[in-house]
Ligand binder design. Structure first.
Ligand SMILES: Cc1ncc(C[n+]2csc(CCOP(=O)(O)OP(=O)(O)O)c2C)c(N)n1
Length: 278
């Protein structure tokens, strides 16, 4: 039997996918693929796992979330809207002239954004710094950093991984959206990451591998974090790039692009139909 909470999370993720499609149509551009692969993870974090208060985004005790793969901003903005940090009018200005919502998130303009990201490979370093400050200040907050798998080809990620393990930052949780695709093809063809889990383990991290679209697995794993005392945790979330939109799934061409014409219609129909199923 599906628990009421998991049912609720699934429903919110469907709402999010529909809103993402509407917003991408208004914008005429964006990065859909990696946003649709990671939206289930962000839904669980914001609606179940993280200690946050939309009425007090700077609350000192809050858990911190960094979208290190900043190009997936449409996912973060949509979740911030659904969670009460931002109204729908603002969401629909995504990537328009003078909008607060640029293609990559700006922490100085948007309540709830912890770090301005977009230049890949930096989120884990900042996350490790925030986790270290949390330890020094004897705070209980956790830091979640969502990275792309292609992003982890950046050397800076591995420097941060060394640092976090060395300083025993068990309040730091890295999540990799392992959709196997980067901007122009499969990670294993461009710069292979495998054996991927073993690499993180060798760097001193506790690794949990999950299906990043299975809310039971996402919830049960994230709510156990920190999983291992004295070690940071890496959640290797196996996902499908473009998940939820038939013509986008596993297609690297949908890393970036606008939704227009027939494709916009199909994406709207599919996300509406998914909601009606509930
Ligand atoms: C330092 C840096 N180099 C290049 C880019 C351009 N870029 C944007 S997205 C992307 C691919 C990222 O792939 P991945 O991390 O796997 O993201 P996902 O598939 O989850 O969207 C690249 C190369 C960038 N944003 N930052």
């Amino acid at each position: 039997m599906i628990s009421p909470k998991i049912k609720e999370l699934k429903h919110i993720a469907k709402q999010a996918r529909k809103l993402m499609v509407e917003t991408l149509i208004c914008a005429g551009c964006g990065h859909p693929g990696g946003a649709f692969s990671s939206i289930d993870l962000m839904t669980a974090l914001y609606f179940d796992i993280m200690k946050i208060d939309p009425h007090n985004p700077q609350w000192d005790e809050r858990d911190r979330f960094i979208l290190s793969k900043g190009h997936s901003s449409i996912g973060l903005y949509t979740i911030l809207h659904l969670r009460g940090f931002m109204d729908k009018e603002t969401l629909l200005t995504f990537r328009q002239d003078n909008s607060l919502l640029c293609g990559h998130p700006d922490m100085h303009k948007i309540a709830g954004v912890e770090m301005s990201t977009g230049s890949l490979g930096h989120g884990l370093s900042v996350g490790a710094g925030l986790a270290m400050v949390g330890k020094m200040d004897k705070k209980n907050y956790r830091v979640f950093v969502l990275m792309g798998d292609g992003e982890t080809q950046e050397g800076s990620v591995w420097e941060a991984a060394l640092f976090a393990a060395h300083h025993k930052l068990d309040n730091l949780v890295g999540i990799v959206d392992r959709n196997m695709l980067q901007i122009d093809g499969c990670t294993e063809d461009i710069l292979a990451l495998e054996p991927y889990r073993a690499k993180w383990e060798t760097f001193g991290w506790h690794v949990e591998e999950i299906d990043g679209h299975n809310f039971k697995q996402i919830k049960e794993t994230l709510e156990r974090c920190p999983v291992s005392a004295s070690r940071p945790t890496l959640i290797l979330a196996n996902t499908v790039k473009g998940k939820g939109i038939s013509f986008m799934e596993r297609n690297p061409a949908w890393h970036g692009g606008g939704l227009k014409g027939d494709q916009a219609e199909i994406a709207l129909q599919e996300t509406n139909a998914a909601l009606v199923e509930d």
